[in-house]
Design a protein. Structure first.
Length: 124
C-alpha cells in the first residue's frame, strides 16, 4: 500500500453561513432526523463575524438548515473556534483501520506526551 505522507485525517468541523444571522462553526453533534429534519446541533460552536470569532455560550447552537446559505467542512486546525475551545491541544485524528498504527506513530514522532495526537473517540 502506498502511504501519502501529506494526508492528515482530522475530524472535520462545519462552518454554516446562516442568512440574516451570522456564520457559525462547530462540530456536528446531532444530525437532521425524521423527527426534526430541519435542524442540526453544533457543539462546541462559535459565531464568526469577519475576522472576529467568539464562543457561543451554553451548550451551543441549533441551526435551522433551511436558513443556511452555504455549508463548509473545515479542518479543526484551521478553525479559530477550535483555538477558543481547545487552545493548543491538537485535534483528534481519524485514520482508517488499515493505516491507523503507522499513521499515529508518524504523526506523533516528535511530540511529547501531553502534546500527542489522539484517536477520535469512535476510532479507539
Amino acid at each position: 500500500m502506498r502511504v501519502r505522507t501529506t494526508l492528515v485525517y482530522t475530524k472535520a468541523m462545519v462552518r454554516a453561513v446562516v442568512k440574516d444571522y451570522a456564520t457559525v462553526e462547530g462540530f456536528f453533534r446531532v444530525y437532521p432526523t425524521e423527527l426534526d429534519p430541519a435542524q442540526v446541533f453544533l457543539s462546541p460552536a462559535c459565531r464568526v463575524e469577519g475576522t472576529r470569532t467568539t464562543a457561543i455560550p451554553g451548550p451551543s447552537v441549533l441551526v435551522q438548515t433551511e436558513n443556511v446559505i452555504a455549508w463548509e467542512l473545515i479542518d479543526a486546525t484551521a478553525s479559530e473556534c477550535w483555538k477558543i475551545h481547545y487552545g493548543n491541544k491538537p485535534p483528534c485524528l481519524c485514520p482508517s483501520e488499515e493505516v491507523k498504527v503507522n499513521y499515529m506513530a508518524r504523526m506523533n514522532v516528535e511530540r511529547h506526551d501531553g502534546d500527542r495526537y489522539q484517536l477520535c473517540p469512535a476510532d479507539r
